[in-house]
Design a protein around this ligand. Structure first.
Ligand SMILES: [Ca+2]
Ligand SMILES: [Ca+2]
Length: 201
């Protein structure tokens, strides 16, 4: 286990109260810089590294290295450059204050240049639910691109609304990402209770 010096979470917290009819509903969105992680684990084969890019938020991002499967022709080696099972490789963790219990949809801003660097998993407090497996980015190649889609058997490029974490208690939680494909780059991510959240890329 390695520890990042900067354990400060620089996330932004937005709380918007919306009134509709007689009921009142609050939307919570928490955004976190990927480089502000708290710790890593299962990082002996693949590990996240902090890198610089003037086009990244806070001018920094993180990447899983080494990247030995760059194109489809490179050999896929499960447990080395690929992990279809969440929570097995290159786990990176964030201590995040969750304002209210609820279903939090997860979006992440990723830079993908090919088809073998665009997969990731997300979990919470050591749990890796099916709704956090196989985040996939097909759109927005060679640019920073926010998306929230799950790769499914039917749609390999991913379906919206399927990536979320159900968090039952407010307070501090450990939000975690783990490797699906090496070489992936992540700038920041956000959790939102708004199922219909959209963002301009
Ligand atoms: Ca790769
Ligand atoms: Ca960043």
């Amino acid at each position: 286990m390695t520890k990042c010096k900067n354990v400060l979470i620089t996330g932004l917290l937005f709380t918007v109260a919306m009134t509709s009819g007689f009921s009142q509903q609050s939307i919570h969105t928490v955004e976190i810089e990927a480089e502000s992680f708290s710790r890593q684990s299962k990082d002996d084969v693949r590990k996240w590294y902090v890198k610089s890019d003037p086009n990244a938020s806070n001018q920094k991002y993180i990447q899983i290295l080494p990247d030995t499967r760059v194109t489809h022709d490179d050999k896929l080696i499960a447990g080395t450059n690929f992990s279809n099972t969440p929570g097995q490789m290159a786990i990176i963790s964030y201590d995040v204050e969750i304002p209210e219990p609820g279903r939090y949809y997860v979006w992440a801003r990723v830079f993908s240049s090919g088809s073998e660097d665009n997969g990731l998993h997300v979990g919470v407090d050591g749990q890796w639910p099916e709704s956090g497996a196989r985040l996939q980015w097909c759109e927005g190649k060679n640019q920073w691109f926010y998306d929230s889609k799950q790769r499914t058997n039917e749609v390999h490029c991913g379906e919206p609304y399927l990536i979320y974490l159900d968090i039952e208690e407010k307070g501090m939680h450990e939000i975690q990402f783990s490797m699906r494909e090496d070489g992936i780059k992540m700038d920041k991510f956000l959790l939102t209770t708004n199922r219909d959240f959209k963002i301009q890329n």
